[in-house]
Every structure is written in C-alpha cells, then in structure tokens.
Design a protein around this ligand. Structure first.
Ligand code: ASP
Length: 449
C-alpha cells in the first residue's frame, strides 16, 4: 500500500492532472493521494496559495476582494473546463472561495490559515471528481474526517500524536482517498496549516498513520540531484539516500522536500521515494533508514549562502572557565539562533544565518563581548557560504576530506573554517560566497567525474 503526494507543479493544469491520473491508475497499491494546491504553470505564473495570500490581505484591509476571488475561481475553472468535470464541482469550489470573505476578522487567529488551506482543500475536491469521472472509485476526505489533528499554532502546526491511531482506520476504506495536504484541524476545530510547502508533511503523516509500505512524493524533478542543477550542468540524481544524508543536504540548500516531512516517515520507518510526475518511469531517489548495499563515500554536495561568522579571539581563552557559556548567553538573550561553532585555542567562531542579525543586534553583540568579556579581537564577517560534502559512508573511507581540500585548493579557494561532526555524515567548509559556485563545481568534479 502506497501513499502518494503530488506537488503543486504536478497539479497546475489539466495536462498535468492527466499524468497524475495515469500514475494512480497504473498501480493499484496507490490508495492514498495527498495533494497540494495548483502550482505555477510557467515561471511567471502565480501559485494558488500565493493568490490566496493576496485575497486574505485585501479582505483584512477591507479592500474590494472581487478581483482576487475571480482570479482564483478562474484558475480552478480552467482545469475543470479542460477536464470536462461539469458545473457542479465548479459551483462547490466557487462557493468555498467566496465564503472565505465572510469569516470573522476580529479575534480570529486562524483566519490566514483558513484562506491558505482553501488552495489544497478545493484541489482535493476537484481531483477526487476527476478520478471518479475516469472510473476510479475515489473519495475526497477532509483532514477533520481523516483524523489529522494538530496543535493550535497558526502557520506552524504540529501533528498531535493521537492522530496516528485515527489515521490508521483509513486502511479499511475500499476507495482511493484524496486528502488535501498542508493543513490539519485543531481540537477546537480550527483549520491550522503547517509551514509553507507543508503538503509534504501531510503525505508523510498519512504514510506513517496507515503504515504504508512506501511514501511516494511526486514532484517535477528526477529525484534529488547530487548537486544543484543551477550550478553543475546536468548533475545525476542520487538513487538512494539515508534520512540522515537527506537531512544534511536539505539543511544546506537542497529544497526538494520540506525538511519537517522526513520526521513522521522516519519514525514510522516508512521508505520514501521522490519521483517525477513528468518522467514517472525514472526510479527517482529512495530515502531509506540504512543503505541497502555498497555506496560511495560522498553522495551529494550542498551549498548555501547568507551566513555570518562572529570571530572572537582572547589570549588564554582556553583557561577561562565559562567563557563559551557567557558568549552563547549573550546570543540567547538577543534571541539569536546559531548553527556552528568551530574553535581554536584562543579563538572561537560562531556561524549563524544572516537573518538572525539586525544592525542593532550586531552593535549589542560587539559592545557586550568587548565590555563584559574583554575579548582582544572581534569581527563580524558577512558574505559567507557553507559547502557540505555529505555521505554516511565517509566514516569507513580515508582521504575523503583530502580529496575535497585538494579540489578546492586547485581552484584557489580559501577555506575559512572546516568542521566535521563525530557522526561523520558530512564535512562542512565555510568560504566566501563569491567562491561558492566554483567550490561546488570543483567538488562535483572531484567526487563524481
Ligand atoms: N500550497 C502550499 C504552499 O505553497 C503547500 C504546498 O504546496 O506544499 O506552501
């Protein structure tokens, strides 16, 4: 039994939906279908979710909403017309879109979520209708009916563990169930969404709930590439990744799957495969608990920019009890998250994302480190990128870092910091952002060509 999730680009038009139908029809194990809202048909197009945000803004600022309602309804209508689904479903969707503008604005923490969720909710209704018209025994199921209960955290819901037992009951259904992704229902019966891109999370939760044999996540690429295709020309798609490798790659810029989506499938020990709706015979990337055979030491190379490093030096730092704690306490008091902390004898660097700082916070860090901790040298360095080579099998290979540093030095790339955790799933290099692309290319060349 398989849970299948289709992303927005797989559902953007009638042509895409025909591919989805073929995929579902070609395998009778595909019994639970989780869907996103219609995505972009072209680069310039607008996602339905983004159109709903505009609609929400107009409504809450008491502007005329007609134009927004019409745009969204037309978006569904063009798919309905092309698939010849009839007036009834269009009527249902139009009413649902229009009725959003009668929800209370005051004292309604979940209003934004209700607007956003309408994208997937109406798409699920449409798709169930389309499946039925083509002879499949299919049914639309609202998350409330499915038992997908979540915490009351608007825009950032988390699944309530009790949901899993309820979801398990779905197994008994004889029909193909079409479930809207991206949102659940709180105990007080409010619509509450996961964070953006959260339909992947729904798919993973449903897969864990019904104890699926496989969670198939259909997108518009042939799986996870070993490096960013915008940087490396035609990188290969990785056949198999472990959850830990995926987590490392996702952290450093691989955004094929929502990173929270891995958790339910991982805990439920459900294998996951990322596949391409436009090329369904391609095996895609399997994400597994442990590698099934011999694998190469490095499976992928990731890179991400917009990092900052706070570089601190103080003579005899290593003898000062509590120094590290005091530094981190300053960051904690300023509500700043940090990511890495490479150290020397008398120096430490704290690497964090650019978005954690504001000019005021920077000034505060500088003055407190100088005044309270008496540091000798202090610099806040911007414009940094991190590059990661990732692979669980690095553990059993000698010379992986040597290969990487040789490749980088041949391209005259200066390594500002290097860090490898004890789990040896990845090695991280901090470099200047202007050298990021060259570094990724050099590493891809060294490990894969
Ligand atoms: N439609 C939502 C978004 O655009 C969720 C999703 O597609 O996964 O964020």
């Amino acid at each position: 039994m398989k849970v299948v999730k289709f992303g927005g680009s797989s559902l953007a038009s009638a042509t895409q939906l025909q591919k989805v139908l073929d995929i579902v029809q070609s395998d009778s194990d595909r019994r639970f279908i989780v869907v996103s809202a219609p995505g972009k048909r072209s680069l310039e197009d607008t996602k339905v979710t983004d159109a709903l945000i505009k609609y929400y803004k107009a409504y809450t600022s008491e502007k005329d909403v007609t134009e927004h309602q019409e745009w969204i309804i037309k978006r569904y209508q063009s798919i309905i017309d092309e698939l010849d689904l009839g007036a009834k479903i269009l009527e249902k969707i139009s009413t649902a879109i229009i009725e959003l503008a009668s929800l209370p604005i005051e004292h309604n923490d979940f209003l934004y979520d209700a607007f956003l969720a309408a994208g997937e909710d109406n798409n699920a209704k449409l798709i169930a209708e389309y499946f039925k018209k083509n002879g499949l025994s299919a049914k639309y199921v609202h998350p409330r009916q499915a038992g997908l209960f979540v915490t009351s955290e608007p825009g950032n819901a988390r699944i309530l563990p009790s949901s899993y037992d309820k979801l398990e009951e779905l197994i008994d259904s004889d029909e193909i169930l079409v479930i809207p992704g991206f949102f659940g229902v709180t105990i007080d019966d409010q619509i509450c969404t996961f964070s953006r891109g959260g339909s992947d999370i729904t798919g993973s939760i449903v897969a864990a709930g019904v104890k699926a044999d496989l969670y198939e996540n259909f997108t518009d690429v042939d799986g996870i590439f070993a490096a960013h295709p915008g940087v490396v020309h035609h990188p290969h798609s990785i056949p198999e990744l472990t959850y830990r490798e995926m987590r490392e790659l996702a952290y450093a810029g691989f955004s094929v799957l929502h990173d929270e989506a891995l958790i339910p499938a991982y805990r439920g020990k459900i294998p996951l495969v990322i596949k391409n709706t436009n090329n369904p015979t391609h095996p895609g990337t399997r994400i597994v608990l442990e590698h099934t055979g011999e694998t190469i030491p490095v499976v992928g190379i990731a890179g991400d920019d917009k990092f900052v490093s706070i570089n601190i030096s103080k003579y005899l730092m290593n003898r000062e009890v509590g120094f590290g704690r005091k530094v981190l306490q300053i960051l904690e008091e300023l509500n700043i998250r940090w990511e890495h902390m490479p150290t020397g004898i008398d120096d430490m660097s704290i690497v964090l994302r650019e978005r954690e700082l504001t000019p005021i916070k920077e000034q505060e860090i500088i003055s407190r480190l100088t005044r309270d901790l008496g540091v000798d040298e202090l610099e806040i360095e911007h414009g940094l990128s991190i590059i990661m080579i990732v692979g669980e099998n690095m553990k059993s290979h000698i010379g992986v870092t040597a290969t990487a540093t040789k490749a980088l030095s041949d391209k005259r790339i200066n390594l500002e910091m290097i860090s490898q955790g004890s789990s040896e799933v990845s090695v991280m290099f901090v470099i200047k952002t202007e050298q990021e692309k060259a570094a990724i290319k050099a590493l891809y060349e060294a490990f894969f060509n």
